[in-house]
Design a protein around this ligand. Sequence first.
Ligand code: NDP
Ligand code: 2IT
Length: 450
Amino acid sequence: MVEKILANLEKSTCAVDNTFLQAVSEVLTSLEPIIKSDPRYEQFAILERLVTPDRVLQFKVQWLDDNNQVHINNGYRIQFNNSLGPYKGGLRFHPSVTTGMLKFLAFEQIFKNSLTGLPIGGAKGGSDFDPKGKSDFEIMRFCRAFMRELYPFIGARVDVPAGDIGVGSREIGYLFGEYKRMTHTYDGVLSGKPYAFGGSLMRPQATGYGVVYFAKEMLKEELQESLEGKVCTVSGAGNVAIHTIEKLQQLGALAVTCSDSEGSIYDPRGIDLHVLRELKENTYRLSLREYAIRVPGSVYIPKSEYLEKTHAIWQIPCFAAFPCATQNELTLLDAKKLLENGCVAVVEGANMPTEPEAIELFIREGVLFSPGKASNAGGVAVSEFEMSQNASMEKWDFEKVDRKLDELMRQIYKRIALTAKEYGVERNFVDGANIAAFKRVAEAMILEGV
Ligand code: NDP
Ligand code: 2IT
């Protein structure tokens, strides 16, 4: 017991910042050639200010399980930068969550939100709470306890949290209910709400659909190619993966894989979305092992069958790959295999799923590579559409949101492709995204003074 408490304490106080350093290092490398182009960047200490969060909030979350046993978790909100608008970004509930991980996600969010062209700053939050195996009422009690600690620090014009790993519209609903009780207000303080109380149509689909809209535009412009009839591999089996697979199928592509933290599915006839949804879109997410039992011809590959530095999904030949599960899930060895198998594009749905050496290889070898901060920005963009609808008490229909999302993803592609060209790194969408995003945030930081 004492050991467990000590271990948890150590984890929370000595948070490993590796992913944060990884994210910062990628961005700063992209910015190096342009940082001297404007003396104000140095004078206003823009880089130093950009890598330092405005605020790191940590709080204790105490909640009761179904047997009236008390549990404690750490809750966090990192308000990183609000130069472009209110802090904005998701909440992640996963046992691996630490301050370091959330700092990486909040940092990336600043750049992603800037790329949307919308007035939103960067933030992220969450908890090391593990939703797996919890009852609906336990989830509800946890969400309420979490919001009781968080509510003084957020607001529709202050900081607007949303979902991420382990947080979907059910959790956002409970969080919203508690916020309303604590503050006696009814406003757009969270996005990704259920439609019944102000949620936007299409927010559940937005990230995955946006990923595919981005891919479609990039393939058309760069290779005069479409997704129709192409074999695609997708990792993950959550919100982003499911809607990426759905849109790929709608556009006539054959999405043949999905995965969760325990294993992967290869279904050469195309993933059966009905079965996948039955397994994953319920309170107790079931194992993908069950998919192979229900769908003849599909294969389940347990994670343990692969070496630590390779993942089953990326060994399967494909035209385009869509990593949609979590950070650092596509390694250099995976990248070599994808290349060897003729993959022409890697489009990130998750945040930073590709390791830096793998990205380098893709760019060097001419594989079209899109960083998550560009290709998964559709989720936060539709979140901002939701804020906009809430502020004006409007309801937009599905088609309107879908049209606006498609247009916005095309704009992001154009913005980063043009920037890459302008700075002499054509087709390097990592540099293009980092530079384009940085310039907008830096200008706002200069104009607002210190
Ligand atoms: P979900 O919780 O809905 O799904 C996450 C999926 O990834 C699950 O299938 C989960 O499997 C799997 N997964 C999680 N951790 C690991 C791990 N360590 N190893 C292997 N698989 C893992 O989350 P989302 O779909 O919302 O998020 C997926 C990614 O997309 C994340 O990187 C997130 O930050 C990013 N993202 C999400 C957005 C959104 O709107 N939701 C917007 C933009 C980006 P299991 O169930 O077994 O844990
Ligand atoms: O990583 C992300 O962009 C998200 N989890 C969504 C953030 C949001 O505010 O909708």
